[in-house]
Design a protein around this ligand. Structure first.
Ligand SMILES: NC(=O)c1ccc[n+]([C@@H]2O[C@H](COP(=O)([O-])OP(=O)(O)OC[C@H]3O[C@@H](n4cnc5c(N)ncnc54)[C@H](OP(=O)(O)O)[C@@H]3O)[C@@H](O)[C@H]2O)c1
Length: 336
């Protein structure tokens, strides 16, 4: 079978399409045909500078895959040929808290990734996907979907009537908007693009602020909440935006710290005085993935696929993420 592999530290051009051996599934393993694999910012960063992330080379990138089971190994109980499945970001995080060994089981990082025609994973690293989703839609869930779900629902305790601040309009952020609306929350979205802000309004965002033309966006958010601040922030900016998020969140509110897109300094004092909960988020467990899928099925929620690329055009998909014009997800499709 063919797989894209990062061969060296020379960026997207070092991504090469190779013939790669695949083994028959052993005990407890499942072999599946990959139908779609979306790109996350983390995959883009891994392809762009693998050495900086201590990525063993050569390495197949991408954590996300949706696919169809081809065959199963001895003792596999939960999957059979023909089942529609998705990969879990961490091969070894079933449930409960994050622990050190789990960190070293990330697909497309410490472990081989999913940008290949077929893959073999332990059955404990797979979930069934919602029936109503296309392959491309299902291929977006593994990282961005579970991360937004973990931040808002598992750690944040999102509930109807909450006000959520969603930062940006990329993969994680658009899932955060969708989950927040699904749960009956009010949503404020900030973006650098008025066109993207129009698009989030058409998806139900209640308020929008352009952070490029309104650099003091935290003050705008306070105004929009009558000075009270939001209940939750989906923080993808990192150090450069965290201080503003701390200003924009209300007393007892929650910040899910997800991304590290910007640099800056942070004064932690208001975290104490406002009793803010700040939680580091690292995607999520298989159990969280299953709960998220149940909610997606019950609400017939459809992930936003902005762009699709053929398998042979994978490099173009990564380049597009570098241009930062996307809205929601960029997906590589393998089933045409
Ligand atoms: N911790 C985890 O488990 C985890 C999981 C997934 C992702 N992440 C991280 O979360 C971040 C987002 O990932 P992604 O895959 O969703 O990336 P993405 O699809 O590329 O989206 C990034 C978005 O961030 C917004 N953004 C950039 N700079 C900003 C700023 N200064 N203020 C506000 N928004 C800003 C942009 O939105 P606009 O164009 O609308 O301005 C951009 O579209 C990355 O840092 C990624 O590494 C972490």
């Amino acid at each position: 079978m063919r797989a894209w592999r990062i061969e060296n530290d020379n960026g997207i051009e070092a991504l090469k399409l190779n013939d790669v051996d695949i083994h028959e599934p052993g005990p407890g393993e499942v072999r599946f045909r990959v139908m779609a694999s979306s790109i996350n910012r983390r995959d883009f960063n891994t392809v762009r500078a693998p050495m900086a992330r201590n990525t063993p080379l050569p390495r197949i990138p991408n954590s996300d895959a949706a696919g169809e089971v081809v065959s199963v190994g001895e003792g596999v109980r939960n999957f059979q040929p023909g089942d529609r499945v998705a990969s879990c970001f961490f091969m070894r995080w079933q449930a409960g808290r994050m622990e050190a060994p789990i960190m070293f089981s990330a697909l497309g990082g410490a472990e081989e990734g999913m940008l290949s025609e077929e893959a073999v994973l332990p059955e404990t690293a797979l979930v069934h996907i919602p029936n109503h989703l296309s392959w491309e839609e299902a291929g977006t869930l593994t990282c961005a979907g579970v991360t937004a779900w973990n931040a808002l629902v598992e750690q944040g305790g999102l509930t109807a009537g909450d006000t959520v601040l969603v930062m940006g309009t990329g993969g994680v952020s658009i899932f955060a908007l969708q989950f927040s609306k699904m749960m009956g929350a009010k949503v404020i979205v900030i973006s650098k693009s008025d066109t993207k802000l129009e698009r989030v309004r058409s998806m139900g965002a209640d308020e929008t602020v352009n952070y490029a033309t309104t650099p003091d966006w935290e003050k705008a958010v306070l105004d929009l909440t009558d000075g009270r601040g939001v209940d939750q922030v989906v923080e993808v900016g990192g150090a450069g935006t965290l201080q503003k998020s701390i200003e924009a969140v209300g007393f007892g509110g929650h910040i899910g710290l997800i991304g590290v897109l910007t640099e800056g300094d942070v004064n932690p004092l208001p975290l104490l005085s406002k009793s803010i909960r700040l939680t580091g988020i690292y995607v999520g467990s298989r159990e969280m993935f299953k709960k998220m899928n149940a909610a997606i099925s019950a609400n017939l929620l459809r992930p936003v696929v902005d762009q699709t690329y053929e398998f042979g055009d994978a490099r173009a998909a990564f380049k597009s993420m570098g241009e930062d014009k996307h809205f929601g997800k960029i997906v590589i499709t393998l089933h045409n």
